[in-house]
Ligand binder design. Sequence first.
Ligand code: NAD
Ligand code: ZN
Length: 379
Amino acid sequence: MKAVVYKGPREVAVEQVEDPRLEAPTDAIVKITSSAICGSDLHMYEGRTGAEPGTVFGHENMGIVQEVGDGVHGLSEGDRVVMPFNVACGFCRNCLAGRTGFCLTANPGFAGAAYGYVNMGPYRGGQAEYLRVPFADFNCLKLPEGTEHENDFITLADIFCTGYHATEMADVGTGDTVTVMGAGPVGLMAAHSALIRGASQVFSVDKVNDRLRLAEKIGATPIDYSQADPVEQIRDATGGEGTDKGIDAVGYQATVPEGEEQPAMVLNTLVEAVRPTGWLGVVGLYVTKDPGAPSEEASRGELLFAMGRMFEKGLRMGTGQADVKRYNRQLRDMIIAGRARPGMVVSKELPLDEAPQAYQHFDARDEGYSKVVLKPQQA
Ligand code: NAD
Ligand code: ZN
């Protein structure tokens, strides 16, 4: 089959690889109809992780069940399904507690597994014609048959659930004001989720114009941090207080307006922009190894974070990979009921063969490439 293969920094190719096959009775093979490119893929694409050349990318996957093992009971050939980016067993201590982002058995020696991702286990990605799904009963969420809502449902693999997870960690509730750093797909989904949960006002901070416009369309107040200090802009808009809650949807590759990276910049902005006793939800990625880091400490994931200020203000912080399965069924039903429209972030649908150019444009944050969905079944 054809698949998107990582070749080295800023290079992917569409190549022929071996077809996946059932390796355990609990596996399923899914024929991929949509597989999205994620900001998380860019960290690997840019050579800013330990990802090995040869990795097949793609952790945001949906499609049609093609084949199931003898031990799969709840799925049949022809079912339309979406898979969390996490691979989880469903029976370890963390999975039983709903913390499927930290499964203890799917990637032995490490808490957490995913498709097509560095350090996250041997699972091939779904930017390909077919995908092997382990523990398929647990990891496949069934969708209504047909093709309706394809761009909404693909966001259930990662970005919508991850944005929602950020609002859960930040404890966003009715009437809250919220700062969301980053208006990439994840930040936009966090803003959408905060408003669904009843936030009174959401500030979306970024500097990319079409992303800020999308934030506005979702119902957030856009804040362009290249125009003026975002902390001042947010304090001015909240009577000097700052927002109740804060979300990091940027991560360690945060940049100053001129483009230079400052890995702790977004965390430190949130510590200032959120009012004393506020809660922070950090889903933007932080790593333990960064070959391209701006300092020796940062290359080990040690950042200059304003811990003193955080303590002084009595802030709380939640971090980590999203436990997608905790939310995907509920958010699917919000989509079906017309109460959530996450598919609005999808800006391009392209055949698999166009992946190399799509990566280039998305990496450059070019206009029109806010979220690309690859369509392996399209020529
Ligand atoms: P993206 O790269 O498209 O978006 C990041 C946005 O942040 C960009 O629009 C950029 O302009 C903006 N930005 C950069 N520096 C900034 C600053 N100083 N202030 C405000 N905005 C700034 O990526 P995405 O797909 O939206 O993902 C966002 C982050 O979430 C990535 O780090 C990704 O790895 C991570 N992620 C985490 C999880 C999880 O489970 N925790 C899941 C998916 C993605
Ligand atoms: Zn993703």
